[in-house]
Each structure stands twice: as structure tokens, then as C-alpha cells.
Design a protein around this ligand. Structure first.
Ligand SMILES: N[C@@H](CCC(=O)N[C@@H](CS)C(=O)NCC(=O)O)C(=O)O
Length: 220
């Protein structure tokens, strides 16, 4: 059976992405939580699976895949029937472009509004770099939703939604005001049964003090 090595599913945004892809594809898999920042040997536990030293990692027999997007792509190839990417080549290209942009960008948003599913916090004080990242996310969402008509970025749920799901949770955690289309999109994400399951897991996940103390965050 496939094994997904993850960090804490309340805070580890990268772990959530392939977790959602696997769930949406109805793949049987086991989640292996390495105890990010809570187990004493958490880093060694990650390194036992991947020299990159980061989660998530997918284990399929002798194969170990790190990097969230590579894992999502592997799941899409294993299960084409799950249609984790749109059928139209142009849309797949666009989906991969915005997935890569998520992987390589948005560092201010990441630092200023860290993922914390169960927390509700004050909106951090205005910061031009965070505001620019928020603006860019909203621009990406608006372009995709206005051409697909929703409810997800490319109509049906896809890997692009896995990549942007943690951002929707950040907007909720930090009370970022959203335009209508973005609000409808977030509501569609939060209503997914797989997301409801993930939120229940996040509720039970161990607290990591250094993340709860992050900018603006106050856990309720
Ligand atoms: N580009 C990587 C990023 C993975 C990543 O940064 N994971 C964090 C947890 S969310 C991690 O393992 N941090 C542990 C560390 O940096 O020591 C991916 O997409 O999988």
C-alpha cells in the first residue's frame, strides 16, 4: 500500500496538498506522521525517507518521491480515471504553471500568514509584500474561475486546487476579505468531504508552539 510521509496536518501546507490528491483519487494509502517539531528525532525520521529532508514524501514500494507537486503528478498518472488534471492540454499547461508558481513563489504570504487550519487570528498589519502576494493569488483565482465558471479553478477539482487549498485556509485563518468569486471558490473547497476529513485530523494534531506564535496567530 502507498504510504504518505507527512508533517503535522494542521500546519504543514505542503503535506496537505498530496494528501488531498490521494483522497480525491480514492487511493488507499497510509499516512505516516513524522512528528514535525514535536518528536525529538523528527528531522532524522524525514531523512530516513528522503535526503531532501522535507515532507511530504510518497513511498511506493522501493520508490520514494519527494516534492508535493511531483507526488500529485505521480498520483494523477497512477489513476488517470480520477482526472486530477483537466483533459484539455491548454488547461493542464495553465494548471502546471500556477502550481509551479505556488511552489516557487509567495514567500511573503508564507512567512506573514503561515498555514494553521484550526487557528483564527487577527489580520496581520498591512505589509506591501504580503499584500502583493494576496493580490496575485486573487488574480490567478479570478482568471481561472472566470474562464472555467467554477466551482473549482478549472471547473472540476484538480491538482491546481490541491496546490491553492492551503492559501484558502490562510485567508480564512487571518480573516482576509475576499471578492465574491474567491469566497465562492473557498466555500466549495471547504465543503469537500475530503477537506472536512482533513480539518477533523487537523483539529486533533499536536500543537506546535513556534507556529502558533507566528505573526498575528492566536489559536482559539
Ligand atoms: N517544495 C517542497 C517543500 C516541502 C517543505 O518545505 N516541507 C516542510 C513542511 S511543510 C518541511 O519539511 N520542513 C522541515 C524542514 O525544513 O526542516 C514540497 O513541495 O514538497
Amino acid at each position: 500500500m502507498l504510504r504518505l510521509v507527512v508533517g503535522n496536518l494542521n500546519y504543514s501546507s505542503w503535506s496537505m496538498r498530496p494528501w488531498l490528491a490521494l483522497k480525491r483519487a480514492r487511493v488507499e494509502f497510509r499516512t505516516h506522521d513524522i512528528g514535525l517539531k514535536t518528536a525529538q528525532d523528527w528531522k532524522a525520521r524525514i531523512l530516513a525517507f528522503s535526503g531532501a529532508g522535507k515532507v511530504p514524501i510518497l513511498i511506493d514500494g522501493a520508490l520514494s518521491i519527494h516534492e508535493s507537486l511531483a507526488i500529485c503528478e505521480y498520483v494523477a498518472e497512477l489513476h488517470p480515471e480520477a482526472r486530477l488534471w483537466p483533459e484539455a492540454r491548454e488547461l493542464r499547461a495553465r494548471g502546471r504553471a500556477i502550481a509551479c508558481e505556488m511552489l516557487s513563489g509567495f514567500s511573503a504570504l508564507r512567512a506573514g500568514m503561515p498555514t494553521n487550519l484550526r487557528a483564527r487570528a487577527e489580520t496581520p498589519r498591512a505589509n506591501a509584500r504580503v499584500a502583493a502576494d494576496v493580490e496575485r493569488v486573487l488574480q490567478i483565482w479570478d482568471a481561472s474561475l472566470s474562464s472555467s465558471g467554477g466551482p473549482f479553478l478549472f471547473g472540476d477539482f484538480s491538482i491546481a486546487d490541491c496546490m491553492y487549498f492551503p492559501v484558502a485556509t490562510r485567508f480564512r485563518t487571518y480573516g482576509v476579505a475576499l471578492p465574491d468569486a474567491a469566497r465562492r471558490y473557498s466555500a466549495a473547497l471547504f465543503a469537500l468531504p475530503e477537506v472536512i476529513e482533513l480539518e477533523a485530523i487537523a483539529q486533533q494534531a499536536p500543537a506546535i508552539a513556534e507556529y502558533d506564535a507566528a505573526p498575528g496567530a492566536s489559536v482559539q
